[in-house]
Design a protein around this ligand. Sequence first.
Ligand SMILES: [Ca+2]
Ligand SMILES: [Ca+2]
Length: 233
Amino acid sequence: MQFSFLLSFNRLTKVAPPRGTNSLRRFSLLVVPLLAAVGTHAATVQNGDFESGTFDNWSQSGNVHVVSDTVLNQNSFPGDFASGNYAAIFGTANRENNGVLSQSFTTTQAQLYQVSFQYGKLSSGQFEQSVEVTIRDVSSNTVLATFRAADNTGESIIGQVMSPFTFNFAAISSQSTISFRDSSLGTIEADGLLDRVSVSAVSSVPEPETYAMMLAGLGLIGTIARRRRAKQA
Ligand SMILES: [Ca+2]
Ligand SMILES: [Ca+2]
């Protein structure tokens, strides 16, 4: 059973890069730096992997704590449950499921962002564990996105893995808040685990210097095409 857990974990973490043709690679060499220049409006969630071993940068209430693999391993839970050593754990022990974690971060108006995180169930019981994720605009308190991540596999501890989740939202001002609220069906012999929370810009309105770079790139492509046509003629 332990082997199947490890294999599943490896499948999640070792995703082979897609293979492309040479022409696609050349195209990527040109386009990737352009896209990198476009994605300058980075949103930053601090301590999203909880590797400080604390809830630094987060607001925390209710039954949610930082937990380490070391502690879980000492408490008869063998395996790797966190990316790194630490994760957030909701509904610890058999106490109430009322944990909330939230953090505000800088955003750019009209910018599209992708939220990604890992969530899983630490359990020897059957209760479904879930977390409700809400993105709000800070100044207006408008809800920009809601998302629910659940692990209802009902498996025992050795079979568990953290699963990746992603969703998008568009910011409407310079500050947004992400919050995770424990919404599990029960807490007895089941806790929710959260790790690797990050927010990144997925597209952007290009700035003037980016347009200049793009035009320069297109001009280069045009020059190459003209030279090829001239050679063929
Ligand atoms: Ca971590
Ligand atoms: Ca619990």
